[in-house]
Ligand binder design. Sequence first.
Ligand code: FES
Length: 362
Amino acid sequence: MANRRLAPAAEQPESFAFTPENAAWAKGQIAKYPEGRQASAVIPLLWRAQEQNGGWLPQKAIEAVAAELGMPAIRVLEVATFYTMFALEPVGRYWIQVCGTVPCDSCGARELKGMLHQRLGPSGHVDPTGTFSWLEVECLGACCNAPMVQINQDYYEDLTPELLGKLMDDLAAGRPVKVGSQIDRNASEPLGGPNTLTDPTLYDGSRVGAWRKRFEESRKDEGAQAGKSEAASSEQQAATNPKPARPDAGRAVETTSSDAPAQRVTAGEAPVKGGDRAEAADQEHSTAGKSEAPGSQPKAIKDLEPAGAEAGSQSSLPRDVPPPQPVASGEEEPSEPAPNAESLKLPKGRSKPKPPAKPERT
Ligand code: FES
């Protein structure tokens, strides 16, 4: 990186002033910023002053820009010395800025600098013909195509000392030159051409809706596969078990208790309460082997009802009469229970309880 100093006094002009056109242009640039923020126009004005002065910034131009913007001259000098885009010394007709930052340095910038030093002399000096001058600068933002140089306003990339020498020869001779990469590289693509995002469907629109087509095709394949499997399973079952399956085959079998209260009601018998069941069990245990006494009658439901039922504190339904059990498929529907009113001996004033509605079978 070269020193950023003003040119020697012997090279400095006596004065500097914008041309009327550039002064009007400068006024327009300053007007872009709000009142009190005119200093924001410092870089455009310095750039225009450099162009007007033949490609470099004399001290008088820096002071003129500072006066135009109402800034201290030292602050404008700070800007001019910070950015290498501002040349502080006279330059040749072609000003070569060589990037010396790491990527370019790793790719051959040192060889370029060596060639320039050999051909033009030290950096910051104009060659004897006034055609070229050169300067090492920091990254110019074209690292992908390193090493590179900027000559006036254009970039020249993928350089070798030989390519840069030929380029300088062409410029000096006024021959047309190719801007950008000096090898067969398109923009900043990898050497040898692109190797990513090469699928043409990314760009021709055919990818739009492709996922839906794939989805529909895969669903179609799955359906066909499932149909084949089902058919094969049926054929295999038919071969091993020729007996046709019942319509309700595979359904859960519902069984009824052999001593369910509903069955007793259906048979015209009084339901058995839990306490009586325990008592009977005790008696059965104690009189095992004895036959029931002749003429004995089952207990009437009135005798089995708790006292609270008479008082209406309990449900009007016999407590031990549960709702009818659902009938399993294939079994005969039981007939409507016909409770024996005599045997049930319902209390006076109490109507015969209606059995709960049967659940609908679906
Ligand atoms: S390092 Fe040279 S252009 Fe970025």
